[in-house]
Design a protein around this ligand. Structure first.
Ligand code: MG
Ligand code: MG
Length: 268
């Protein structure tokens, strides 16, 4: 059942989403060759607790850490470890926070030093596809409209859309209805309503859409071991239109990037 949020609840959810945004911004300035994902994980846990949040992933379904950190061919759900990042890696950092009884959950894929052109393009297109999907999250549209927009945009570039993992409703639970696949058919699936909040999160592979899971029971990686990208935002429907609760602003501030990509989704 889809749980509709009141405006007051959406404001609380914005605070949870923004704590994730700030955590990712802090991580952005720490991602560099030689740093381990376990070190970054500890920084994130401290940061979240210092800001009166609870790490949302730690212990959820028995996940052992605060961040899901998935380098290179890992798609999502990678477990932080003591292997240092190296020049040319990419690393998907997915972070969840529980605050005021509501979850925030979003993700960004970072470049470690200089990344090759094909991988850079994968990151760019995957992020653009996230906004293509968000544009379709409005009253009257359906789940399939978001999935179609993401799939169409990415497949035009020859990329593979992961099928087995999907976005989701967000609220007092990390994973609520509806499921939000990154593929689909226009006009199909559940209808969007005012007050819905979802996490939209394309997981896009440079090569095949097929995946494997490691024997750790968590890590998902591409079947052909080519790179995979993952970007995620938390979005509410307010006044019939998509409104971003999360932001990449703190990441861009840390990295010195100028962007107006979020402007259309701000309540101004
Ligand atoms: Mg996430
Ligand atoms: Mg999510």
């Amino acid at each position: 059942m889809i749980k509709i949020k009141t405006l007051a609840e959406i404001e609380l959810m914005r605070e949870s989403a923004l704590l994730v945004s700030k955590t990712l911004g802090m991580i952005a300035s720490e991602v560099k060759p030689g740093v381990t994902t376990l070190y970054l994980d500890k920084l994130a846990e401290e940061f979240i607790r210092d800001h009166n949040g609870i790490p949302g992933f730690l212990g959820l379904y028995d996940f052992p850490n605060t961040l899901c950190m998935s380098p290179n061919a890992q798609v999502v759900h990678g477990i932080p470890n003591d292997t240092p990042l190296k020049e040319g890696d990419i690393i998907s950092v997915d972070c969840g926070v529980l605050m005021h009884g509501f979850y925030g959950d979003h993700a960004y894929t970072f470049e470690v030093g200089e990344v090759d052109a094909a991988t850079k393009k994968l990151l760019q297109v995957t992020k653009e596809s996230l906004y293509e999907g968000i544009r379709q999250f409005k009253t009257g549209n359906r789940v399939g409209d978001v999935g179609f927009a993401i799939q169409d945009y990415c497949e035009k570039h020859g990329y593979g859309i992961v099928r087995e993992l999907v976005g989701h409703g967000l609220g007092k639970k990390m994973h609520e209805d509806p499921e939000m696949p990154n593929y689909g058919r226009k006009g199909r699936g559940k209808k969007f309503k005012e007050g819905m909040v979802v996490a939209i999160e394309p997981m896009v592979n440079l090569g095949t859409h097929k995946i494997n899971q490691l024997s750790d029971g968590w890590t998902i990686l591409t079947a052909d071991r080519k790179p995979s990208a993952h970007f995620e935002h938390d979005v509410a429907i307010v006044n019939g239109k998509p409104e971003l609760l999360s932001t990449f602003k703190y990441i861009y501030d840390a990295l010195g990037i100028t962007s107006n990509e979020e402007d259309a989704f701000r309540n101004m």
